[in-house]
Design a protein around this ligand. Structure first.
Ligand code: HSE
Length: 427
């Protein structure tokens, strides 16, 4: 039976989950995969944490060079997160010919090209299933399961923290701050929640997923990004009345003519869309393949065992395949020549503004929309006998720039006291 030694860099939440799975399933993998996978070393400064997990004293290290030169280590699992020192450690492992398995989306989306180049130089494997959507096997689905399809559309809820926050705002009418505090108390959101709530985490993942889906480099700086910090429960409630649910979506589209759209932003989706029922900290990705049609993958996007599950699946893949498998496209440092990233994308829009309740106000607003060739689907006017009233409308599909210009003009109307929100509507 083949024997494979693994080193785990970092025994935080994901590292500990990975260790537990490898330890508890060792016999199972011997039986089902015909491979004996043992953890030969862990890099962890907090030795007590490693001891508490049952790691033998001799296998705990605080010396990366020693760990990498250990001949019984074949696969290095990087679960430190962030760019440095993870990048230096991963490159060192690849240079010495060790296969690397990583859950590090930021490192991967920013340095994919450099890491892959290093891996190819020594014919080392480089696997990253756990970098996107935690335990949901989306990377292998794109690389292996969907390879017979042209995939030009992907839409996902790929950040669990923001999905939890939005679910609480929807169900309980909580404000953003209160929902965030709750998410932090439950351990879903970090103390510094910026990466999640400002959409960076989802943008890292979308850059990776879109590159794989469209077989071309989608650099991070091409991903349009907005977070959830300005969303109000009021809009969620009005949207609900109109038949929509608010989600932080990651959207990738390819027109097949080298025009690509990649964006992360809050969006209303219809209540009957499959993604509308993805709640709490769950994630899901909805893909359209030209042969298979629609498919959706759903599951836990974070957590010790779900993310550990993705890492161990990569470890097993690497342990049972003699040739490494790399990206399905020419992995250039920047976008490929000729590929255009669309910023003036088309969408429907939800717009809420506060206006004086007087005859002629709606006519003026409608006039502005007509000037920008924007047509209205739905309109909701709330309240009466008040000085100002909220007006909510949904537009037909139109260009982003036209909407921005029209909204600027509406904000300048004397009878409009404030434009409160502009939110895209998908589907
Ligand atoms: N913080 C991420 C999330 C999980 O909330 O989905 C790791 O990417």
């Amino acid at each position: 039976m083949k024997t494979i030694g693994v080193a785990i860099l970092g025994l935080g939440v994901v590292g500990s989950g990975t260790y537990k799975i490898l330890k508890e399933h060792r016999e199972f993998y011997r039986r089902t995969q015909n491979v004996d996978i043992s953890v030969e070393s862990v890099l962890e400064i907090n030795r007590q944490r490693a001891r508490d997990l049952g790691v033998e004293e001799t296998k705990i290290s605080d010396n990366i060079a020693e760990l990498i030169s250990n001949p019984s280590v074949d696969i290095v699992v990087e679960v430190i997160g962030g760019v440095e020192p993870a990048r230096t450690f991963v490159l060192a492992a690849l240079h010495s010919g060790k296969t690397v398995v990583t859950s590090n989306k930021e490192l991967f989306c920013k340095y994919w090209h450099e890491l892959e180049k290093a891996a190819k130089r020594t014919n080392a494997g480089l696997y990253f299933e756990a970098s996107c959507v935690g335990g949901v096997p989306i990377i292998r689905t794109l690389i292996d399961g969907m390879q017979s399809n042209v995939v030009n559309d992907l839409t996902g809820i790929i950040n669990g923290t923001t999905n939890y926050i939005l679910t609480r705002m929807t169900r309980e009418g909580l404000g953003y701050r209160d929902a965030l505090k709750e998410a932090q108390a439950l351990g879903y959101a970090e103390k510094d929640p910026t990466a999640d709530v400002e959409g960076f985490d989802a943008a890292y993942k979308l850059s990776i997923l879109a590159s794989l889906a469209f077989h071309t480099k989608v650099p991070l700086d091409k991903v349009y990004r907005e977070g959830v910090t300005d969303l109000s429960p009021q809009d969620i409630a009005y949207g609900e009345e109109l038949g929509y649910v608010l989600k932080l979506l990651a959207i990738g589209k390819n027109d097949g003519q080298k025009n690509i759209e990649v964006r992360v932003h809050p969006a209303f989706i219809r209540k009957d869309h499959p993604l509308a029922s993805v709640n709490d900290s769950f994630n899901a990705v909805f893909l359209k393949g030209d042969s298979v049609g629609d498919i959706m993958l759903y599951g836990r996007g974070a957590g010790a065992l779900p993310t550990g599950s993705a890492i161990v699946s990569d470890v097993i893949y690497a342990a049972t395949h003699s040739e490494p498998k790399y990206a399905t496209f020419k992995n250039t440092q920047t976008a490929e020549q000729g590929v255009k990233f669309i910023t003036d994308f088309r969408s429907k829009y939800y717009i809420r503004f506060e206006a004086k309740d007087r005859p002629g106000v709606l006519a003026k607003v409608a006039g502005i929309f007509a000037r920008y060739n924007i047509s209205i689907i739905d309109l909701l006017q709330k309240g009466e006998d008040m000085d100002t009233i909220p007006i909510i409308l949904i537009t037909h599909e139109t260009g982003e720039m036209s909407v921005r210009r029209a909204v600027d003009k509406i904000a300048q109307l004397e009878d409009v006291t404030e434009v409160n929100s502009v939110i895209r509507v998908v589907g």
